[in-house]
Design a protein around this ligand. Sequence first.
Ligand SMILES: *[C@@H]1O[C@H](CO)[C@@H](O)[C@H](O)[C@H]1NC(C)=O
Ligand SMILES: *[C@@H]1O[C@H](CO)[C@@H](O)[C@H](O)[C@H]1NC(C)=O
Ligand SMILES: *[C@@H]1O[C@H](CO)[C@@H](O)[C@H](O)[C@H]1NC(C)=O
Ligand SMILES: *[C@@H]1O[C@H](CO)[C@@H](O)[C@H](O)[C@H]1NC(C)=O
Ligand SMILES: *[C@@H]1O[C@H](CO)[C@@H](O)[C@H](O)[C@H]1NC(C)=O
Ligand SMILES: *[C@@H]1O[C@H](CO)[C@@H](O)[C@H](O)[C@H]1NC(C)=O
Ligand SMILES: *[C@@H]1O[C@H](CO)[C@@H](O)[C@H](O)[C@H]1NC(C)=O
Ligand SMILES: *[C@@H]1O[C@H](CO)[C@@H](O)[C@H](O)[C@H]1NC(C)=O
Ligand SMILES: *[C@@H]1O[C@H](CO)[C@@H](O)[C@H](O)[C@H]1NC(C)=O
Length: 568
Amino acid sequence: MKSVLLATLFLLLIQIQKSTPSCRKRRLKPNIIVIIGDDVGHNDFSLHGSNQIPTPNIDALGYNGIVLDRYYVQNSCTPSRAAFLTGNYPIRSGLQGVPIVAGTNRSLPVDMPIMPQFLKKLGYKTHIVGKWHLGSNYRSRTPTERGFDTHFGYWNGFLGYFDYFTDFNNTKVEGFDLHDGFETVWRDMGQYATNLFTRKALEVIDNHDTRNPLFLMVTHLAAHAGRDGVELGVPNRTLTDLKYSYIQNPRRRLFADVVNLLDDSVGQIVQRLLHRNMLENSIVLFFSDNGAPTVGPYANSGSNWPLRGIKLTNFEGAIRGTGVIFSPLLKKRRYVNSKFIHVSDWLPTLYAAAGGNVRDLGHIDGVNQWNTLSQDAPSPRSEILVNIDEVENTTSIITHNGRYKVLTGAFLNGTKDSYFGESGRGTEVPPYNITRVIHSDTNQAIQKITNAPITEHQIVFTRAQVDLAWCRNANYTPFLNCSNACLFDLEKDPCETTNIIDEQPDLGRLLLRRIEEFSVFLVPQGNLTVDPDSNPQRFGNTWCTWLDDSWCVKTPNNTNLTPNNVNI
Ligand SMILES: *[C@@H]1O[C@H](CO)[C@@H](O)[C@H](O)[C@H]1NC(C)=O
Ligand SMILES: *[C@@H]1O[C@H](CO)[C@@H](O)[C@H](O)[C@H]1NC(C)=O
Ligand SMILES: *[C@@H]1O[C@H](CO)[C@@H](O)[C@H](O)[C@H]1NC(C)=O
Ligand SMILES: *[C@@H]1O[C@H](CO)[C@@H](O)[C@H](O)[C@H]1NC(C)=O
Ligand SMILES: *[C@@H]1O[C@H](CO)[C@@H](O)[C@H](O)[C@H]1NC(C)=O
Ligand SMILES: *[C@@H]1O[C@H](CO)[C@@H](O)[C@H](O)[C@H]1NC(C)=O
Ligand SMILES: *[C@@H]1O[C@H](CO)[C@@H](O)[C@H](O)[C@H]1NC(C)=O
Ligand SMILES: *[C@@H]1O[C@H](CO)[C@@H](O)[C@H](O)[C@H]1NC(C)=O
Ligand SMILES: *[C@@H]1O[C@H](CO)[C@@H](O)[C@H](O)[C@H]1NC(C)=O
């Protein structure tokens, strides 16, 4: 009798527990949406002060959220994405140096757990749409074997904007590289990549069961050079030339539209989050993986003006990243954050925001920056190892909370170490259209949940704070020989105009010693030669996981399926 009574009481207590408001209001973990642009430079976003390429949606994400001013990425695609997903400097995974070339036996080591694997343990559904570029030599190295529930997109570094073909070893042999998990999706050939990836991202949001938290990465092809490493694909070239007639360089006109369409994608994704009532509990992060390759291989005519250097160098033009983040969960919003943040910090930062204990992540280079962002608190980070590339023989580190930077060596004999790219500040360029920012999809969606309209003054003020137009002083040296070492004071001289190593030799030596301390952790880059067995002709003209090819199509030399025979 007593026990029955006790049991009844117990059940009653559970009922009360269930209906208490604190329990019902328990917040679901935030959705995490990360959108990454490819090879888009500092000066290719209108929020940094150039009016040449309008990016109203990305700008509005920053104006309503946070614009990151001292946000550092790696100098190219593979290393940046590796650092983002692992929380580690790329030297620890052997992915420093040149990005993975299609058909080389390289990939993110499987014993290094990555962001979607950690988030899954917290209950997240995990999806990636677009580029992977962290290896596809074995099945086990592809996204759906690395913690993503789904992947729609491509495994290699770039492909055609319409035909989704990537070449083999810079030959005319090409392979189709569009996959849905392990299915090759020929049916989508001919669709414009930015629109296709956006549509797939919207499908993920539409089909998401909102009882679970969502982790969605959208890693666009835009604005990497496409087919043959040259194409800058747009849906309608006549329209593009019309829209950007004030830009002289015809390639930059194409590039402008590619970037503007990438910006549209961001707006559509934010709108869809609103429609599914997910935006109020989301973190939306946008960044570009690295600076633009203005000239040289895979040049896209993007611009890192006024910063020095381009993609693959260790100068600020390659690594001082563009990043904006919005979330209603950020306590402080609508400001420029100038704290020292590195791309490897997102893993612990987002994991902490998701309620995880960062100790679960083990020993990593990244640090939790959630309070740095949410409260503009001091950054727990004092230095960033920019890179050590044992093949190119280049090194760089930034120390003293972001103040001093040392570089050694010269990428491509220093030919990319000067200043490139358009300022976009000529009188022929139309003024910044603030109405367009206010009417943008992003801004409209965010206003619906914050009920606090952003003002013209706030926009102008934010934009002025992150405009670096002042930093290229009159007597700068276009060419610097950093073979031995260059030292810069980035606070005074973010444009790296003046090498101060002769004035401060002791400081220079201190920084170089710090690089030495990191070099013991370096995992070599491995074999950079293209493996003939990866030849797409062996797999019906598709890219397959050639070192583990039991599942691959084995139809050799299917010449009916080469891009030249595709009607697009
Ligand atoms: C590919 O690389 C792995 C090491 O990551 C090595 O064990 C394997 O032998 C290599 N395979 C070929 C075919 O080179
Ligand atoms: C491309 O844009 C031009 C200019 O707006 C327009 O006249 C033309 O019909 C468009 N072409 C296509 C195929 O949509
Ligand atoms: C590197 O550049 C210097 C100066 O421009 C030139 O003298 C030298 O021949 C170049 N070296 C190579 C390997 O291209
Ligand atoms: C500015 O943008 C608004 C909204 O998109 C548009 O209606 C207007 O024509 C634009 N103004 C100029 C001068 O381009
Ligand atoms: C840069 O300096 C190094 C060492 O002083 C020298 O060997 C090299 O030729 C120089 N490079 C250029 C491009 O001037
Ligand atoms: C690498 O660079 C360092 C200093 O920049 C130089 O002392 C060394 O000789 C270089 N090594 C090679 C293999 O080029
Ligand atoms: C590097 O890879 C190429 C292509 O697969 C192969 O021929 C060569 O033997 C490899 N080299 C080493 C040192 O493993
Ligand atoms: C790749 O191209 C290089 C340079 O043209 C050539 O030496 C090499 O044999 C090619 N490798 C394959 C696997 O075709
Ligand atoms: C495919 O074609 C290439 C050259 O066109 C040839 O060398 C190769 O042997 C062919 N492969 C097969 C499996 O037929």
